[in-house]
Design a protein around this ligand. Structure first.
Ligand SMILES: CC(C)(COP(=O)(O)OP(=O)(O)OC[C@H]1O[C@@H](n2cnc3c(N)ncnc32)[C@H](O)[C@@H]1OP(=O)(O)O)[C@@H](O)C(=O)NCCC(=O)NCCS
Length: 205
């Protein structure tokens, strides 16, 4: 046995201490009741079928066209229903005093033997923002993802969404890259507009 190995082998009391620490960590992880900065209790729980409509409507208020132009297009009720259906274990709700304070919808996938977590959507009720709700939602989601061997977590948002960018950076996300969205109005395009007319005429015949 090398010196190095001797140093890392715990003696019985160290071992006991480590176990206790692990138990405490587990207890804290499962004890999903935490307090906001101003001492209100935040409960993080699994999503349930009754949450789908409230999550969708909160998202409608948060992901508005003027504030998040590229998000608005893809936020719809099917998005919530789809993730509930396929990834319910990565869909969490935050409550404060029985009221929905926020949600997070995530997913995991494996590519080239690396397991990734992806944070699809998250939102916090405006009156509860900046009270640590987003913080607790991300922590709980990542804790779940770690349980499934996730090594890298991805998040994205509109480049104008400063609150979210600040939030993600504060949580430890980095490696920011700009992504360019382009669009084309087919009815104004020289060639495709003719195809549209052709198709319309064909259907009318
Ligand atoms: C991004 C969001 C989820 C953060 O949730 P939250 O509960 O307010 O976040 P927390 O209280 O845990 O963390 C607060 C930190 O986030 C950042 N932040 C949050 N709101 C901010 C704002 N309006 N301006 C600047 N930074 C902000 C800051 O770093 C802040 O720390 P500070 O208060 O010490 O400055 C919330 O602002 C939100 O719902 N935004 C609208 C939806 C959205 O953009 N979702 C993300 C893309 S899917």
């Amino acid at each position: 046995m090398t010196n190095n190995q001797q140093q890392t082998t715990p003696n019985p009391s160290q071992e006991e201490g480590r176990k206790r620490e692990e138990q405490e960590k587990k207890f804290n992880a499962n004890n999903q009741q935490l307090t906001t900065n101003n001492q209100k209790t935040i409960t993080i729980r699994d999503i349930s079928i009754d949450d789908l409509a409230p999550i969708y409507h909160l998202g409608e208020r948060l992901f508005t066209r003027d504030r998040y132009p590229s998000l608005y297009r893809t936020w719809d009720e099917w998005e919530v229903a789809r993730l509930y259906n396929t990834d319910w274990e990565y869909c969490l709700v935050a409550e404060i005093e029985g009221e929905m304070a926020g949600f997070i919808l995530g997913t995991i996938f494996t590519k080239h033997s690396v397991t990734y977590g992806y944070l699809n959507w998250m939102g916090v009720e405006p009156k509860f923002q900046r009270h640590g709700v987003g913080d607790r939602l991300v922590d709980k989601l990542i804790e779940r993802m770690i349980g499934e061997n996730v090594q890298l977590v991805l998040a994205d948002t509109d480049p104008e969404n400063t609150p979210a960018i600040n939030f993600f950076k504060r949580k430890g996300f980095n490696g920011e890259r700009k992504h360019v969205f382009l669009s084309m109005n087919l009815t104004e395009h020289e060639y495709y507009s003719k195809l549209i007319s052709y198709e319309r005429d064909r259907k009318a015949r």
